[in-house]
Ligand binder design. Structure first.
Ligand SMILES: [Zn+2]
Ligand SMILES: [Zn+2]
Length: 394
């Protein structure tokens, strides 16, 4: 059988080197020079900001969450807009992008990952587009090949990209402002910003940041990257639950892509929004806590003395897990009783269901909070903590 993971010889892609170098240099040198010479071009700057937002959100909500991960479904009008402005980012067609991205998730940091962090920061950031060393396999995007909008954009990608990414912003800038500023700001500077922000997800978010959901992945949660990528910086969560339409799951986490998808759903322009169940999320966090605890204990100078305590903790973890499943089961049953087909449940049944669900929820929270408190403290376990753990097992 032909091994389609055989890597081709790395080749220097000269047109990419020229493209990324020229847009980058114009952004870093041309833009400040223009401002120092002719002053701040207010209209062109606003146009640039608008274009940064619209092109990068088309990549995150469209190329990434809609096409690569099928995290939701969208109305044809939404799809056309996402594909049109996604092309303006000059990050290849949605079909190619999704194929590479699915490979990235399947082979993260290993051979077969197009932008593997295993090859170093520079390669994962931009080296992979300049020194192409991977094969494009379209086997993993068979579902997208049946989408006529995706295929239309793929076939006429260059035309779409030129119209949406260069001609349109340049024409708007020219109509209101002047030729030079229209070329420097909404075209070159905007492209450089969107490119490097997106690339940071592959480089920075695979090296720097927290790992609250998965300790065995190279992906990290980095809120600073989230700020410039419409929420894509919560990458540890994303690699753990890739088909969730959200990346930042907390209300305070900056994830405008999630807010856009939710707003589209409220307007009936998006549906089938996929979310990881909160029980699975808690289970992932528990596993991380458990692993951290094991690591901490193994670093202690006298681990033998703590064997008993550690086995208690293992027991506590199992209790916590089983309570989590009971909570999940009860919640499902409760929802079915309230909203399921058949007769409307009587007041008594409803009250009983709510009570059962609340009890298991409270018990779970109680046990969970105790563990969290212990993990946050850097103290040696005290007799008090031992008693608490034994109690939590009962
Ligand atoms: Zn990644
Ligand atoms: Zn992804």
């Amino acid at each position: 059988m032909k091994n389609d993971l055989v890597d081709p010889k790395p080749k220097i892609v000269w047109h990419n080197i020229f493209f990324f170098a020229s847009t980058g240099l114009i952004a870093v040198i041309g833009a400040p020079l223009y401002i120092s010479r002719f002053g701040v071009p207010v209209f062109e700057l606003w146009l640039t900001v608008f274009y940064i937002v619209i092109t990068s959100i088309s990549i995150t909500a469209g190329y990434h969450r809609l096409y690569s991960h099928s995290a939701y479904r969208a109305h044809p009008v939404v799809q056309c807009l996402l594909l049109f402005f996604g092309a303006a980012a000059f990050e290849q067609s949605a079909l190619k992008w999704s194929s590479q991205h699915r490979d990235h998730h399947q082979f993260t940091a290993k051979r077969g990952d197009p932008y593997s962090i295993g090859e170093g920061f520079f390669y994962a950031h931009i080296g992979w587009v300049l020194f192409w060393a991977h094969t494009l396999r379209f086997k993993n995007v068979k579902d997208l090949k049946t989408n006529r909008f995706v295929m239309l954009q793929h076939r006429y990608y260059l035309f779409w990209a030129l119209v949406s990414g260069i001609i349109l912003p340049f024409a708007i800038g020219l109509w209101y402002g002047n030729l030079l500023a229209a070329f420097i700001f909404p075209v070159c500077a905007r492209l450089a910003f969107v490119h490097h922000a997106t690339f940071c997800v592959n480089s920075v978010c695979h090296l720097f940041g927290g790992e609250p959901y998965d300790l065995h992945s190279t992906a990290r949660n980095n809120w600073m990257v989230a700020l410039v990528t419409n929420g894509e910086g919560f990458h540890n969560y994303h690699h753990r639950f890739p088909s969730d339409y959200r990346n930042g799951i907390r209300w305070y986490q900056w994830d405008p892509t999630k807010w856009l998808i939710r707003s589209l759903a409220a307007l009936h322009m998006a549906w089938n929004l996929k979310e990881a169940s909160k029980f699975r999320i808690l289970e992932a966090r528990l596993l991380v806590h458990q692993e951290l605890l094991r690591r901490r204990e193994s670093r202690r100078k006298k681990p033998i003395r703590l064997e008993r305590f550690f086995s208690d903790f293992e027991g506590g973890y199992q209790v916590l897990r089983s309570r989590l499943f009971i909570w999940e089961k009860n919640t499902k049953e409760y929802r079915q009783m309230l909203h399921g087909p058949g007769r409307e449940p009587s007041k008594a049944i409803r009250q009983r269901a709510r009570k059962t669900m609340n009890i298991s929820k409270q018990r779970f929270k109680h046990t969970y909070q105790r563990r969290e408190r212990y993990l946050k403290s850097n103290r040696q376990p005290t007799a008090d903590a031992k008693t608490n753990l034994q109690q939590s097992r009962s």
